[in-house]
Design a protein around this ligand. Structure first.
Ligand code: GLU
Length: 493
């Protein structure tokens, strides 16, 4: 029987960060590859940071990215529901469970009540800082007898419960990415496990839940590495089997700083609205900190599942390189079906005012060519708006070098005169006969090759580089072609 179980355990404090998406992705890949189960648990013990709608947004982002889980919290018909045998999967619904385990730790002498006031804690912290020490609880309440403590609690005195770490004990654990790690308890604080409001802290809840939910591998960001010895100690105190730990390198920007909102896009939503395909974002994100055996860069989800192992996850931060993301995304824009890319780009074309729904329906074939013509050069689907602008532009601007070289001369004039005439007289230009149109111009003017194509391109698109001329001719149609060639004649010296 395969009983690998992993979890993604976000706190509903806002949008899903791109680093969080990668953590979820690695959990998913590992579970899938090994036939295990993947759980989504919501860690909302810090109620002050709860953001309305965050759970729904998180689930929506995972769904958009194609990351499926087997158990936990889902949204169905706009409502949050839970599925699985280990629920509840939302921590705020599990308060009575934590309380029981906090009491067990106290009874076993691994935790103690602490009555220190905020003023006292602030004072010791300030003093430690002044002495250049790392701030840490001084253990003042460790020696309050359990009988006294219980009396004070019963009398309603404000208190928290802290983990009672032994002095000077090395805690060892093995991390599948980081290797063997040893941390001495003298360097760790007596962590608060139960807050004065009766809520557990993350540390208490995470250990209890991972144990009760049968989690075998804890795959999470490396910012949790310093907390792991406390968790290990708690597993030992309870006499529970410890899970395997995997701490993932932080997602960094090119300056090797943590990706933060101040430095641009960080949420999955940001990338979604910028026009990235989920396949593109997920494929690229997998490579931020991991590489498959053959170092391939374009991989489907199935290929990633097949190739994923933790021994190819790097110890050091993964650099999030937007140019590389754009490159991967452009691959998917090129290779996905036109129908899908059209479905994604059309809303942006409508929003830009280039067309409305009715126009798009009635001129479906023309819109297909429009999108097909520019999609090669798109990094994101939103870029379509700029790329097709030349078709809709009323007053085309020319690249000044191109204008001087190709239009503002005798060759340009002869060519434009012929184009105006031919566009007015010839049959409607289609994709099939557009080449013949150019042949006629060549025949009428005796101009050919670069001298024919470059000025025509600049006159019709404003630029010396761009899409296939045949497509340009078809997309513009006779009237616009004549108009644009006439405009050149009106302005050249
Ligand atoms: N709730 C934690 C977070 O938001 C999860 C940490 C863990 O996976 O243990 O990052």
């Amino acid at each position: 029987m395969n009983d690998i179980r992993v979890r993604f355990a976000p706190s509903p404090t806002g949008y899903l960060h791109i680093g969080g998406l990668r953590t979820a992705l690695y959990n998913y890949l590992f579970a899938k590859k090994n036939g295990g189960k993947f759980v989504l648990r919501i860690e909302d013990t810090d109620q002050t940071r709860f953001v309305e709608g965050a759970i729904e947004n998180l689930i929506d982002s995972l769904h958009w990215a194609g990351i499926q889980y087997d158990e936990g919290v889902f949204v169905e018909d706009g409502k949050i529901v839970e599925k699985g045998d280990f629920g509840p999967y939302v921590q705020s619904k599990r308060l009575n469970i934590y309380r029981k385990y906090v009491d067990e730790l106290i009874e076993k002498g691994h935790a103690y009540y602490c009555f220190c006031s905020k003023e006292r804690l602030d004072a010791i912290r300030d003093e430690q800082k002044m002495k250049g020490m790392v701030p840490k609880y001084d253990g003042f309440c460790r020696n309050v007898s359990i009988e006294d403590a219980k009396k004070r609690v019963a009398a309603g005195e404000d208190h928290v419960v802290r983990l009672k770490l032994p002095h000077n004990k090395d805690i060892h654990f093995h991390d599948l990415v980081r290797g063997d790690i040893t941390i001495n308890t003298n360097d760790i604080d007596d962590q608060v496990l139960l807050k004065s409001d009766g809520f557990p802290t993350y540390h208490m809840a995470v250990v209890v839940d991972d144990h009760l939910m049968g989690i075998t591998h804890i795959v999470r960001g490396e910012e949790w590495l310093p907390s792991t010895p406390k968790h290990i100690y708690m597993y030992e105190a309870f006499g529970w089997e410890k899970p395997t730990y995997v701490h993932l390198p932080t997602v960094l920007n090119k300056e090797r700083k943590k990706l933060s909102k101040r430095h641009g896009d960080v949420s999955v939503d940001d990338f979604k609205t910028k026009g990235y395909l989920p396949e593109g974002l997920v494929n690229y994100l997998a490579l931020v900190g991991w590489s498959p055996d053959g170092n391939e860069e374009i991989l489907t989800m199935e290929e990633m599942v097949e190739k994923f192992t933790f021994d190819r996850v790097s110890k050091t931060g993964g650099i999030f390189d937007k140019d590389k993301l754009d490159w991967v995304n452009s691959h998917y824009i090129k290779s996905e079906s036109l129908e899908r890319i059209k479905g994604m780009t059309l809303p942006y074309l409508i929003e830009a005012g280039y067309m409305d729904e009715t126009f798009a329906k009635e001129n479906s074939g023309w819109v297909d060519v429009l999108i097909e013509t520019v999609r090669e050069g798109l990094s994101t689907v939103t870029e379509v708006v700029d790329k097709v602008q030349f078709v809709f532009e009323e007053d085309l601007l020319y690249e000044s070098d191109a204008y001087d070289e190709f239009l503002n001369n005798e060759n340009g004039r002869i060519l434009m005169e012929s184009i105006v005439k031919e566009a007015k007289e010839s049959e409607e230009i289609t994709m099939d006969n557009a080449k013949d149109f150019m042949k006629k111009i060549q025949k009428n003017t005796g101009i050919k090759g670069k001298n024919l194509f470059m000025p025509t391109r600049v006159a019709l698109t404003g630029s010396a580089h761009g899409p296939e001329l045949v497509n340009v001719l078809y997309l513009l149609g006779n009237d616009k072609i004549a108009e644009r060639a006439q405009k050149v004649l009106d302005i050249i010296d």
